[in-house]
Ligand binder design. Structure first.
Ligand SMILES: [Mg+2]
Length: 277
């Protein structure tokens, strides 16, 4: 696909995932087996907590804990003093074994990020993608001892290697559509395993089909390198496929059926937009 069209990983991702599904169906093997195996019984999930007032975010965490989640990703990237209050309000509620990530989604300027990391210096929290640019994130990384996650900055193999050489992150967030599908994400994932960089394995968003692809990628990743993953199909209200993974007590598992192990609901998806036959 790259030889025919440069860029556009978001468009290519769906096509690439469909090819892995077809390969698995023809071979009679689940996609996770094709991607490297099946590590452990299940995949630990995180829950994203939408940006709101500090007390409301703390309340959300308590609710999602009731659904079995033990890892929480706070959406921050707003006013520094409010973000500090958000992180502190949630951190105060955490129970042993729970993990907290503050994800700014590129939302802070450097001076704002600097204030936040200093303001939560005594809190056990991961800081994810504080600023838009890689150099800005690296600058903040060098001013804090918080464990550090890069997401938007790592959009391919080049940036992973650069980030690793600079010591720019402890964890990297790999999203299927950001990288262009399972083929490219597997390549980056395998290199992370070799380099000892832990990963969040997920997508930018999605429903049953994206969640199935995430489950196969995550389940084929050694457990010690699997920081967390996402069950996007429990964030949406429409089911687009039968057989997709379902969250049980904060975890999910890849299907053991051939391919992705799902049957798309064509009545929900509607008529195909493109015919590649
Ligand atoms: Mg992120």
């Amino acid at each position: 696909m790259d030889a025919a069209l440069k860029g556009h990983p978001y468009v290519k991702s769906g096509l690439d995932i469909a090819c892995w599904d077809i390969l698995g169906q023809v071979a009679g093997l689940p996609v996770c087996t094709l991607l490297g195996g099946r590590y452990g019984e299940g995949i630990t999930l995180y829950r994203a907590i939408s940006q709101a007032e500090p007390d409301a975010m703390a309340e959300s965490v308590a609710g999602y804990r009731g659904q079995g989640y033990r890892r929480f990703q706070l959406k921050v990237g707003g006013a520094p003093e409010v973000d500090i209050a958000r992180i502190r309000a949630v951190a105060a509620l955490l129970e042993p074994g729970e993990v907290l990530v503050a994800d700014a989604n590129t939302g802070w300027l450097m001076h704002e990020a600097a204030r936040v990391v200093r303001g939560v210096g005594d809190v056990d929290v991961y800081i994810e993608q504080p600023c838009l640019g890689y150099q800005e994130c690296l600058s903040i990384r060098r001013r804090t001892d918080h464990p550090f996650v890069l997401d938007e900055s790592v959009d391919g193999l080049d940036m992973l290697l650069r980030g690793h050489a600079d010591g720019a992150m402890d964890v990297v967030n790999l999203k299927l559509s950001k990288l262009g599908g399972l083929t490219k994400t597997r390549q980056v994932r395998d290199l992370c395993v070799t380099l000892g960089v832990a990963m969040t394995l997920e997508d930018s968003w999605g429903g049953d089909i994206a969640t199935a692809a995430i489950a196969h990628l995550a389940h084929s990743t050694p457990e010690e390198l699997r920081f967390t993953a996402t069950d996007f199909n429990s964030y949406v209200t429409v089911s687009t496929a039968e057989g997709a993974p379902r969250r049980v007590d904060g975890r999910m598992a890849a299907s053991t059926a051939p391919g992705l192990g799902i049957t798309p609901r064509m009545d929900v998806l509607g008529a195909p937009k493109v015919d590649l036959s």
